[in-house]
Design a binder for this molecule. Structure first.
Ligand code: F6P
Length: 328
C-alpha cells in the first residue's frame, strides 16, 4: 500500500482534527502518500482530494471542528453515487481509506467495501459515544466537559432563584452525554432514551425534594430523537406541580464545538495511528477502538448493528447521591 486517504463524515466532534493529524503523520512515518478528502463522501464523489504532507496538519491538534469539513451525503447512499466515488478513488490511485465518523459513516464504508473492496479502517468520531467497539468515542469527553461548564453556571442561577432546571443535552439515540453530565454536575437525575420516561417518577422525586427543603433542582434530559424533549417534560411537571418555578435550557450545538480535551486528543491520536497500522496489517472493513485501554478492531457490521449498553449503575448513581430512597 502506497497511497491512502482520510476523511471525516457525519456530525463533527472535537478531536477529529487530532485524529486526522495522527493518520497523516502515521502515514508519512510509514512512507505512504496521504490524501485528505474534503466534505466526506460528497468530496469522494466529486473528486475533492488534497495531498496532505506533515506540515499540512501542523497546529490542528488543539482545534475543534474538522479541517476536512464534514457532510451527511445523500448521494453516497445510492449505488450510482458510490460508483462515482470509486472512479475518483481509482483516478487518485488510493489503496486504503481512514474514515473518521459515527454509525452513518461506517454504514457507508461497509457498503463501499462490499462493492469495491477498497480497504477501509474507521476511527470512532462522535460526541454521542454510542459506538459498539470502543469504550469511548472521540469528542465525547470534550462534549461532557462543555455540558459540565454550562451546568455549573446554571446551578448558580437555579440556586439563587430556587428553580427547577431541565437541561437538554445531545445524544440522538442514547443518553451517554446525559448520564455522565448528570453525575459530574451533581444533577438529581438523567432522563435518557434507553429507559422509558415516566412523568410520575419525576413528579414524585421533585415532591420529595421540595419537602426536604431542597432549594433548586437540575434534571438532565437527553434529546433523543425529539429535539425540545426537555420543554415537553417541563410542561408535564409544571402542570402537575404548578408551585415549582421551572426553566429549560437547551445546550445544542455548543456541545459539538471547542478545542478537544486532553483525553480526546490522546484517544484521537491513538486511534488515528491504529487506523493506519490496521490498513498496513491488511485489515479492512473494521473500526479501531479502545477497550480496556487496548486497541481492538471491530467489524463495521458489529459497530453498526450492535448496541453498546449504558451502564445502569451510572444512572442510578446520580439518583442515589440525592441521599434519599424514593418510594415509587
Ligand atoms: O450524532 C451527533 C449529534 O450531535 C447528535 O447528538 C445530534 O442528535 C445530532 O448529531 C445533530 O445533528 P445535526 O448537527 O445534523 O443537527
Amino acid at each position: 500500500m502506497k497511497k491512502i486517504a482520510v476523511y471525516t463524515s457525519g456530525g463533527d466532534a472535537p478531536g477529529m482534527n487530532a485524529c486526522i493529524r495522527a493518520a497523516v503523520r502515521a502515514g508519512h512515518y510509514n512512507d505512504l502518500e496521504v490524501y485528505g478528502i474534503v466534505r466526506g463522501y460528497d468530496g469522494m464523489i466529486n473528486g475533492n482530494f488534497i495531498e496532505l504532507d506533515n506540515r499540512a496538519v501542523s497546529n490542528i491538534i488543539q482545534k475543534g471542528g474538522t479541517i476536512l469539513k464534514s457532510a451527511r451525503s445523500e448521494e453516497f447512499r445510492t449505488p450510482e453515487g458510490r460508483r462515482k466515488a470509486f472512479e475518483q478513488i481509482q483516478k487518485f490511485g488510493i489503496e486504503g481509506l481512514v474514515a473518521i465518523g459515527g454509525n452513518g459513516t461506517f454504514t457507508g464504508a461497509e457498503l463501499f467495501y462490499n462493492e469495491y473492496q477498497i480497504p477501509c479502517v474507521g476511527a470512532p468520531g462522535t460526541i454521542d459515544n454510542d459506538l459498539f467497539g470502543s469504550d469511548f468515542t472521540i469528542g465525547y469527553d470534550t462534549a461532557v466537559n462543555t455540558c459540565l461548564a454550562a451546568i455549573d453556571k446554571i446551578r448558580d442561577t437555579a440556586d439563587a432563584h430556587e428553580r427547577v432546571f431541565f437541561i437538554e443535552v445531545m445524544g440522538r439515540d442514547t443518553g451517554y452525554i446525559a448520564v455522565r453530565s448528570a453525575i459530574s454536575g451533581g444533577a438529581e437525575m438523567a432522563i435518557i432514551p434507553e429507559f422509558p420516561y415516566d412523568k410520575n417518577v419525576v413528579i414524585n422525586r421533585l415532591k420529595h425534594g421540595t419537602s426536604d427543603a431542597k432549594a433548586s433542582h437540575i434534571i438532565i434530559v437527553a434529546e433523543g430523537h425529539q429535539e425540545g424533549r426537555a420543554s415537553m417534560i417541563a410542561r408535564d411537571i409544571k402542570e402537575a406541580l404548578p408551585q415549582l418555578d421551572c426553566r429549560v435550557t437547551t445546550l445544542g450545538h455548543v456541545q459539538r464545538g471547542g478545542g478537544p480535551s486532553a483525553a480526546d486528543r490522546v484517544l484521537a491520536s491513538r486511534l488515528g495511528l491504529a487506523a493506519v497500522e490496521g490498513l498496513l496489517e491488511g485489515r479492512a472493513n473494521v473500526m479501531a477502538g479502545i477497550i480496556d485501554h487496548q486497541v481492538v478492531y471491530t467489524p463495521f457490521i458489529d459497530t453498526i448493528t450492535k448496541r453498546k449498553p449504558i451502564n445502569q449503575d451510572l444512572l442510578t448513581l446520580a439518583e442515589k447521591l440525592n441521599g434519599r430512597k424514593y418510594k415509587e
